[in-house]
Design a protein around this ligand. Structure first.
Ligand code: ZN
Length: 467
């Protein structure tokens, strides 16, 4: 069995003589087998995601040693071909690959940027379920984003902090890195005894032998790759349940326990409050990972367990928990629609502040960081639905996004607004949606023509004055 690693040369497209593993020719009546595309078609991140298949499950097993920063990993991907494939891409920015098989057969691959181009030994027919097993070893990289922030696999003084939005997950596992391809996940993380590895979902088992502990985490609801994490370090772990019985697992850096106590204590109340307005919490567990990663400087709504790079306040905790509905369960189809994630999470945070006796949403809307900004401020010169990859986590998707929702609430009234929000969460649960669908839902629920409203808030530059 020769391992073919074609350097530079691309294998030819199957135009003739291509056989699948049953010996059937693949070229009757036109090319039935071709290469999957190298991107999901996202204008902000053209290489993110890939075409030609749909991932169903990731099984990611690794050993990580914080002292040497070395990972030794095996990722098994189960996917279904959505077209006849003689070649397909995965996104992978990780260390050296030592072997790769497709359906158990060693297969040729080459790497170029974030693309891992795989030529399976046998063509894959449309609808065929297949498995890819990739083994790799080395130090996973830190990934720098268009806005200069970092993500991916970020070493800390006692482990690694692992955020993946929008393009960090390929740092530590190969996959289809676009929110339109959600899958279930199982993680098996082996770390030195005394160190904790915290992943998404439920803790299935935690076993120590010979000085090493293996944590198995299972994420049973579909998850976008960017929301995956296995964050590693010294953690104070607390397991509890909300009054409604939802299991909560929190892992807090011992140095941050005191500072983050107030925000951690609010988790059940926040989940409860948002459930009352958005509908049931979408996942089977909740929690938080609070770590010390000073170079990161932001929090992220990792599914079931948001991660914080420093001790959060209650507002940030509320923001990340609101994302479990908006972002994690209800997801984008294109990154340019990031306001749908950040505007909803920010508005939810405003509502939680009001709910707990702080500023009212009206006051927050009118403050000088929001509608109170002068019309001449450059803030108003970014289009909400097209902030660009370098400003997708800037003020506009968050604050103008939240303002849009508050203005909409004023326009259509509380009853229609809260029906809309609840329907939106239910209709798009575990799915992908868009600004266009949000507009049409808002018009349907309210019975109003909202063309001008959404034009001035979402599609035009300038401070809206009438809507
Ligand atoms: Zn957010």
């Amino acid at each position: 069995l020769g391992l073919l690693i074609a350097q530079g040369a691309q294998p030819a497209f199957a135009s003739s003589g291509s056989h699948d593993e049953h010996g059937n020719q693949g070229n009757h009546g036109g090319p039935q087998y071709s290469a999957g595309s190298s991107g999901a078609g996202d204008p902000y991140f053209p290489d993110a995601g890939n075409g030609g298949y749909d991932v169903k499950h990731y099984d990611i097993a690794f050993t990580y040693d914080p002292a040497t920063r070395t990972m030794d990993a095996t990722t098994k991907i189960t996917a279904v071909a959505t077209q006849g494939l003689n070649r397909f891409d995965l996104d992978f920015r990780g260390p050296e690959i030592t072997s790769l098989t497709v359906n158990g057969h060693r297969s040729a691959f080459e790497r170029s940027g974030q693309e891992l181009v795989v030529t399976p030994r046998h063509d894959l027919g449309k609808g065929r379920r297949f498995t890819v097993v990739v083994k790799y070893k080395g130090t996973p990289p830190v990934v720098t984003d268009p806005d200069g922030s970092i993500e991916g696999w970020v070493p800390t003084d006692d482990g690694a902090f692992v955020p993946g939005e929008p393009q960090g997950s390929p740092a530590w596992f190969p996959g289809n890195d676009h929110p339109t391809d959600k899958a279930t996940f199982t993680f098996h993380a082996t770390v030195p005894e005394g160190v904790t590895a915290v992943g998404n979902g439920r803790l299935v088992s935690q076993k120590t032998k010979k000085g090493q502990t293996t944590f198995v985490w299972d994420s049973r609801e579909p998850m976008a790759t960017y929301l995956s994490t296995v964050t590693i370090g010294n953690f104070t772990v607390t397991k509890s349940k909300t009054p409604g019985g939802l299991p909560i697992y929190t892992a807090v850096d011992p140095r941050l326990v005191t500072q983050s106590a107030a925000a951690v204590a609010q988790i059940p109340d926040i989940v409860d409050y948002f459930s009352s307005i958005f509908g049931p919490y979408p996942f089977d567990t909740a929690g938080a990972i609070i770590d010390r990663a000073p170079d990161v400087g932001y929090a992220l709504e990792s599914q079931t367990k948001p991660i914080f790079s420093s001790a959060p306040g209650v507002g940030t905790m509320a923001h990340e928990l609101a994302h479990q509905w908006f972002g994690d369960s209800v997801s984008l189809s294109r990154w340019s629609d990031i306001w749908l994630n950040e505007g909803f999470a920010t508005y939810s945070q405003w509502m939680y502040t009001e709910h707990t006796g702080g500023a009212t949403v009206d006051q927050t809307f009118n403050s000088t960081s929001n509608y109170g900004r002068a019309a001449t401020s450059s803030f108003w010169q970014t289009v909400t639905t097209d902030p660009g990859p370098e400003d997708m986590f800037g003020n506009v998707p968050y604050n103008r996004g939240a303002m849009t929702l508050h203005a909409l609430r004023g326009k259509i009234g509380d009853a229609a607004f809260f029906t809309l929000v609840k329907n939106w969460a239910a209709a798009n649960r575990y799915g992908n949606t868009s600004t266009a669908e949000f507009i049409s839902s808002a018009e349907k629920v309210s019975g109003m023509d909202l063309t001008n409203f959404f034009d001035v808030w979402l599609f035009q530059k300038g401070k809206p004055t009438t809507w």
